[in-house]
Structures are given as structure tokens and as C-alpha cells.
Design a protein around this ligand. Structure first.
Ligand SMILES: O=C1O[C@H](COP(=O)(O)O)[C@@H](O)[C@H](O)[C@H]1O
Length: 266
């Protein structure tokens, strides 16, 4: 059962948003290290990798708290498209181009958990989803059997239709209760074949952050935060399921007309 309300923050520009996102991600990293010595996170595609790279590739103030220790990071994908890893629609390729390939050697390299390319051509991406779920099980349930994995952090985007991960409005996948990773064969946004973390996995994470910027998001954010009609949108379901574990990083144009976003630092 979720407690509290999601935190909605708005910043005047991408530099300020990135600086606050950096502090937030590194606080999540540091508390994950104190719990189990590694940082296990899931990231999205779309607009997220660019702003995440701006946040994480910025110069550190030199303190251990402000330093990403990438060699202890395990990065999974909140969703991935069933395309080759070097394809322009691949979320892996986007994250690699924007962030991973640019990490300075002294900060170490993360383990990046990619889809199994042998199955990208399958008619049904179910096998791809099952194999990715097995990868999660090796990481999260090696010793004990657990109902759900507890990511230290999941970084999400919110599409202009309210989708997040590859969970689209009105889709039956939103009712999935048992699987950790699900297959999507007919995504309304191309490419059609994808895999995605399920809603119970997303809301079970220790911390969840959305990043949504630009005026193109303001209508959907109004629905998600202010209007009853938006309450069944996938991004709103994350808010309802995870409550105050959720933090939204937005810019001013994205929340123009939304009630009471907190402006400024976290
Ligand atoms: O298709 C996708 O879109 C969403 C939202 O992207 P954005 O560009 O509007 O931020 C993204 O979070 C997801 O990972 C991606 O596969």
C-alpha cells in the first residue's frame, strides 16, 4: 500500500534540473551502497538518457558523496525495443551513446544488462522478456526466492500520452500481477515489439523518478496530477502505487497550469 503523495519538482532550465537529478541519483547510489554494496537501477529511453548524462557526467565536487562509482552499478532497462543493440531505436544504444561510452575511465564501468540479441527477430518477443526476467532473477533472487525485485532506483520518462516504460494507456499489461518483465507486440508507438518492466516491479522499487520536460508534456501532466480522467494513465498508476517514493523532475513549461509543483531544489 502506497503512503504519501508523489513529489513534483519544477526547475527553470535543464542545467538546474540536471544538477538536482545528479544529487538525487547519487543519494540513491550512496544509500544503496550502505544497504548492499552495489547500486541496481533501471533506466528508460526517450529523452531520459540525454539529461541523465548531463547530470552524471558533470564535474564532481570531489567528495565521495558526489562521485558516481560506476564500477558498482548494475544498469537494467525499464523497457527495451526488440531491435539490434546498434539500431537507432535501441534504448541500449541511446544510453550507451549518451552516457556509458562517455564515462571517464577513472570512474569505472557499469555492468549494463542488455536484451539477448538472438531473440530480437522472434515474431513474439515473449522469449526476450522471459530471458530478461531470468537476468533480473540472477541479480535479485540469487539466494532467496522473492515475489518482486527491489530496484534501488527506477528512472522513468512520461510520454505525451501518459505512457511510461512500454506500458501504454488502456493496455491489458497494466493488469499484470505476476511477471517481472512482459512482452508488447503491438506498441502504439514504434517500434511495435518491445519488452517492459511491469507495474508491480516499478512500484516496488525503493525510489522512482520521472523526468518530463518541455511544453509538449503539460497537457498530460495536468491530467496526471489534476484531473480524474488522468487517473488510469500508466504514469498516474505509478504515482498511486508508489506514493511518496516517487519524485518528478520537470521544467517550468512541462508543469504550466499544473497545481502546486514545488519550484527549486529538493
Ligand atoms: O518509447 C518510449 O518512450 C518513453 C517516453 O519517452 P520521452 O521521449 O517522452 O521521454 C520512454 O520513457 C521509454 O523508455 C521509451 O521506450
Amino acid at each position: 500500500m502506497a503512503t504519501g503523495h508523489p513529489n513534483l519538482h519544477s526547475f527553470p532550465n535543464s542545467d538546474e534540473l540536471a544538477a538536482q537529478l545528479r544529487g538525487y541519483v547519487l543519494r540513491c547510489q550512496n544509500s544503496a551502497f550502505s544497504r548492499h554494496g552495489t547500486f541496481r537501477l533501471a533506466v528508460s529511453g526517450g529523452s531520459l538518457p540525454t539529461i541523465l548524462a548531463k547530470a552524471l557526467l558533470a564535474t564532481s565536487n570531489g567528495s565521495p558523496e558526489d562521485t558516481p562509482k560506476f564500477s558498482k552499478w548494475h544498469i537494467f532497462f525499464a523497457d527495451e525495443r526488440a531491435v539490434p543493440l546498434n539500431h537507432e531505436e535501441s534504448n541500449y544504444r541511446l544510453l550507451n551513446d549518451e552516457l556509458v561510452s562517455k564515462i571517464p575511465a577513472e570512474l569505472g564501468s557499469p555492468v549494463v544488462h542488455v536484451i539477448d540479441e538472438k531473440h530480437i527477430g522472434d515474431d513474439d518477443p515473449q522469449e526476450l522478456a522471459d530471458l530478461y526476467q531470468e537476468d533480473l532473477m540472477r541479480e535479485f533472487a540469487a539466494k532467496d526466492s522473492i515475489k518482486l525485485p527491489a530496484f534501488d532506483l527506477i528512472l522513468l520518462g512520461c510520454g505525451p500520452d501518459g505512457h511510461t516504460c512500454s506500458l501504454f494507456p488502456g493496455h491489458a499489461l497494466l493488469r499484470e500481477k505476476d511477471a517481472w518483465v512482459a512482452a508488447e507486440t503491438n506498441s502504439p508507438k514504434p517500434p511495435p515489439k518491445r519488452i517492459t518492466l511491469t507495474l508491480p516491479v516499478v512500484t516496488h522499487a525503493i525510489s522512482i523518478a520521472f523526468v518530463a520536460t518541455g511544453g509538449g508534456k503539460k497537457e498530460i501532466l495536468k491530467q496526471i496530477f489534476d484531473l480524474e480522467e488522468g487517473s488510469s494513465l500508466p504514469s498516474a498508476l505509478v504515482n498511486q502505487g508508489a506514493g511518496d517514493k516517487v519524485t518528478w523532475f520537470t521544467d517550468h513549461p512541462a508543469v504550466d497550469g499544473v497545481s502546486f509543483p514545488r519550484r527549486g531544489s529538493l
